[in-house]
Design a protein around this ligand. Sequence first.
Ligand code: ADP
Ligand code: MG
Length: 617
Amino acid sequence: MSDIIQLLPDHVANQIAAGEVVQRPASVVKELMENAIDAKASIIKLIIKDAGKTLVQVIDNGSGMSVTDARLSFERHATSKIRTAEDLFLLHTKGFRGEALASIAAIAHVELKTKQESDEVGTQIVIEGSDVVSQEVIVTPKGTSIAVKNLFFNIPARRNFLKSNPVETRHIIDEFHRVALAHPNIQFVMYHNGGEVFNLPESNYRQRIVNIFGVKTNEKLVPVNEETEVVKISGFVGKPEYAKKTRGEQYFFVNNRFIKSAYLNHAISSAFDGLLKDGTHASYFLNLIVNPQTIDINIHPTKTEIKFDDEHTLYAILRASVKHSLGQFNIAPVLDFERDSNLDTPYNYKDVSNPNTPKIEVDRAYNPFEEKQILGKQTTAFKRQTPMNWDSLYVGLESKGTKTQQDFSSVQFESEEQTGSIFKDDSQVETKQTTFQLQNKYVVSTIKSGMLVIDQHRAHQRVLYEDFLQHITVKESMSQQLLFPVQLHFSTQEVEIIKQVKQDLEHTGFQFSNMSEDSIEISGVPVSVPESEVSVILEQLINDIQNEVPDSNFSSTDLLAKSMAKSLAIKTGQSLSVMEQEHLVNSLFGCKEPNMSPTNKTTFITLPVDELERKFI
Ligand code: ADP
Ligand code: MG
């Protein structure tokens, strides 16, 4: 029997390759525009006729090609962008397969005009279905123009498969948007059937978005900026109230290349969790810059999909930074994200094995069924010596206002002050109330030098944080047994997270009686934690751990203490009894670092008398 294997002629191979690279006119648009960008053009014009079915032309003012290169550019695997396989991992260009022009030339009528800056004259090459029809010397400006006519002229089946003009035009415009968004520093102009559709001047990123999507877009954008060792993120997300029913305005760029990623998209939607109306999608325009060696873009011929070495970390960072931005711009006021995890804990972990014996005094009067136990417990269960320097700072607090049991909400207090107490005899100072609450937000007290204003939420976070840290590090805490174990359901992944911090949780007083794949059973909780709060605390904790930007300073202990402090701290808006106010002040100044909340925010300010006096001049 004779041999039957034959090598496919080049033009057939090219046609087959073309099937991968060129699905529709929009694919040609993408390839040609990307080549123009790689050629460092500063102005790129796209000219379309009949939704690209008759003509797709891209004109650039980039580097242009020499005569030889012009001819070579249509050969398969002809590329100026990589020389060795290693180069693939260092790519900063769009193209690298050397396939686009060869593929396009196999299935269309192509006319190339190109000239390099240093050359007097340029080159014109006409190719039809891989056959070079003509090559001439021409006069043409610096740069390259490639006109692709009659796409799929030699593959009628493919041509018939094309959709209606409006649909194909939509695809082209999408592609144009993606390229234009990835390169705001380049001017892009687009004409369709002789009319100008877009003219996008060189601009910054925000202006580019606005120029494409309209002036109204401007007010919808919330900036996102984050720089970590793994990735640099910049761009914008749309405010939740402008979320769309369609997924239209969702753009990810990795190293200036548009990509699709369901996984990263999920990171964004979860950052928007609870902020969007059902069935709507957040818009985003985000640029991720990563080390090219950590991604693999060679897995799909049209290169919109990408593989990351560490997708998980990227997910966490992305989600956290979007959340951060939404929080910062007061769109999600409940989110209290703080990425600063390098705040050193006030405890020295090395000393854990040999801890200074903590002063733990059990509050015998403590009643777990008493209301507002959370705050009350702090100073009684874990009393600290007030450091010397604070002794002198606040006066009058020694007199525990045991007799003043009234609940002084701010309004009551102010009116009462006016009717009576302001004229009180100095001799009554011993029993006088020394703190009051302002707007259910601040606790105000007198100090020797003047006035002290404490942010109740932040201050309490500090108190709880140090408490939890101490409990965890000395591995000693009080647990309260639950009469009936609490069963909580989580996803497998969430249970995994709880397992990671299980030991630390136990040191705060949690007791776990059972852990299955998707649920955990809790039989004991820290005395400071009401049973009703358990699920909230654990959810918050899981959330915080998921959001944590893992870095070298990552400490699960610290995170746990911060998270629990955040969940349990008295909130702004909560009215405090006088006793609670005083407890708070005392406990704050019993802390090692009273000035700052665990997330590095100021806990109190002082207003010296002389400053007050100046205001009365
Ligand atoms: P790739 O972009 O993967 O290298 P292409 O087939 O798209 O492959 O292009 C082949 C080569 O032709 C490119 O590597 C480049 O050297 C040259 N080329 C293509 N388009 C242009 C252009 N607009 N300006 C300058 N050179 C170009
Ligand atoms: Mg290319």
